[in-house]
Design a protein around this ligand. Structure first.
Ligand SMILES: [Zn+2]
Length: 272
C-alpha cells in the first residue's frame, strides 16, 4: 500500500477516535435541548413524587438527564413484561438523581436495563469445600453488573419511587453500584477526583461500616439496613438509598458519612 494512503488512513483513524467524545457530547447536548415530552411530565408527576420536592434548577437538570438516559440505554422487558415510557421514565428519573450537579458519563459502562415484572429468581451455582457444585435459586429485586447491565423488578422500582421516605429504593441502590463499578468491581469506593478525597472517603466509610457491625453485634437498633453490613459495596449502596430518602436520619446517625455522600453526590437532600 502506498505510504500516502497509510498516512491518510492513520490520520483519519486519529481524527475519528478523538472526534468520538465530541460527537457524543454534541448528541447529548441536542437531546437535552429537545422539549421534555408532556406525557413524560405526567409520568414523573404520577410515579416519582420526589421530583416535585426538588429545587426547580434540579428538576430541570433531571429532565435533561432523563432525555439522554432514555435515548442511550436499552430497556429489555423480561418474563413477558412489555417496556413502555412509564417504565423507562420512572427508572431513568430515579437513576439520574445520582447524576445531578456532577460531571457525568451517564453510567458509561451500562448498556441495558433488564426489567422483570416483579422479584426474579437467579440461578446460582456454588462450589463447596469438597468441590461439589450446588445449584441454588435466590430471589432478587435488583442486580448490577460491571459487564454492562442492571436488572430490576418493576414492582419494586415502582414501590421505591412511590415511598420517598422509607429509605428503600432499589433503583438508587443498583445505580449506586454502577457508579462504584466505574473503576472496576464494586468495592464501596466509587471513583473520585483526588487522592486525599479517596483516602478520607475510605476512612469515613470504614468507620461507619464498623459502627453498623457494632450495632448489629450489640443488638442495637441499626442506623442503616443491616444488608449494608454484608460488605463495603453494599454499605455504599444502602447508605446512598438512605442519603436520598432519609437524609435527616442519616445526617444524625452518621454525620461524617452524610457529609462525604453530600460531597460525592453534590446535593443536599436535607433542604429538599
Ligand atoms: Zn447491592
Amino acid at each position: 500500500m502506498p505510504l500516502i494512503i497509510i498516512v491518510a488512513l492513520a490520520l483519519f483513524s486519529v481524527l475519528w477516535l478523538t472526534g468520538e467524545p465530541l460527537r457524543l457530547e454534541w448528541r447529548r447536548r441536542r437531546l437535552r435541548s429537545q422539549p421534555f415530552p408532556a406525557h413524560w411530565r405526567d409520568i414523573l408527576k404520577r410515579r416519582v413524587p420526589q421530583f416535585r420536592t426538588l429545587p426547580v434548577d434540579l428538576q430541570l437538570q433531571l429532565k435533561k438527564h432523563i432525555q439522554v438516559f432514555v435515548a442511550e440505554k436499552r430497556f429489555v422487558g423480561c418474563a413477558g413484561l412489555e417496556i413502555d415510557d412509564d417504565i423507562r421514565v420512572t427508572i431513568a428519573a430515579q437513576a439520574c438523581l445520582l447524576l445531578l450537579n456532577r460531571r457525568t458519563g451517564y453510567f458509561p459502562g451500562l448498556r441495558e436495563i433488564l426489567v422483570y415484572p416483579g422479584a426474579f429468581a437467579v440461578r446460582r451455582a456454588q462450589t463447596d469445600a469438597g468441590g461439589v457444585v450446588h445449584e441454588g435459586r435466590a430471589v432478587h429485586l435488583g442486580e448490577s453488573s460491571s459487564r454492562g447491565h442492571v436488572v430490576l423488578s418493576w414492582d419494586d422500582a415502582l414501590q421505591g419511587a412511590a415511598d420517598t421516605r422509607d429509605g428503600h429504593n432499589v433503583v438508587i441502590h443498583e445505580f449506586a453500584h454502577q457508579l462504584d463499578q466505574e473503576n472496576g468491581e464494586a468495592n464501596g469506593a466509587p471513583p473520585q477526583f483526588g487522592r486525599a478525597r479517596m483516602e478520607r472517603w475510605s476512612v469515613v466509610l470504614n468507620a461507619a461500616f464498623a459502627r453498623l457491625h457494632e450495632q448489629l453485634r450489640l443488638q442495637e437498633e441499626p442506623a442503616l439496613d443491616p444488608y449494608g453490613a454484608s460488605n463495603p459495596a453494599e454499605f455504599f449502596a444502602v447508605a446512598s438509598e438512605s442519603f436520598f430518602e432519609r437524609p435527616q436520619h442519616l445526617a444524625e446517625a452518621f454525620p461524617e458519612l452524610f457529609r462525604e455522600l453530600s460531597a460525592f453526590y453534590r446535593v443536599n437532600p436535607l433542604i429538599w
